[in-house]
Design a protein. Sequence first.
Length: 193
Amino acid sequence: MNKTQNKVPVEISARHIHLTQENVEKLFGQGYKLTKLKDLSQPEQFAAREIVDIVGLKGEIKNVRIIGPCRLFSQVEISMTDGRKLGDVPPVRVSGDIIGTPGVLLRGPKGEVRLDKGLICALRHIHMSPKEAANFGLQAKQRVSVEIFGSRALIFKDVIIRIHPSFKLSFQIDTDEGNAADVGLGDYGKLII
C-alpha cells in the first residue's frame, strides 16, 4: 500500500471549550448567545468569537476559544502540556466521556463557572460519515492507526473511529501530537486498518 491509498486529512485540534447555554450566560451575561468567528471543518461546528480563561491548581491559560453551538454539557479539551501548566493533568478520553474527570474553573468577562467535571485530553480520533466508514470497511468505536510521513514521520496507534451522518472525514489530534509529527495545514495521513 502506498501513501496515496487510504488517505485521511489531518487536523490539529487546539485547546477549546464546549459550553451549555447556561454556562455561556454565567460567563457572558444573561441571554447571551455565542457569535460565529469562523466555520470549522466539521459541519455545523464553529469557532466562536468568545474566549475565556481556564484557571487550574497551579496556573491559568488565557483566551481559550469556545466552540459552538452550545451543547448539553460543558467540556474543556486541552493537551497534556496545557494540563501540566494548569496543574491538572487530564485523563485521555473520547469527547463526551466526562464521568469521573476533573473539574476546572472558567473565568469570563461577566462571571466564573466552576465545572465539577469535564477536563479532558481528547483521544485521537477520526470523524467520518456512515458512507465514508462503509468505504473504509470500518465500524464506530473501532481502533485503527494512522501513519504520518515527512521529516518527523510516525504512526499514531489507538485512533478511535467516530461515525455520524454530519461528520466529514478528518483525523484529529491535539497540539502536542501535531508538533511531535510536524503536521502542517493540508497534510494527510495513511489509515492503517
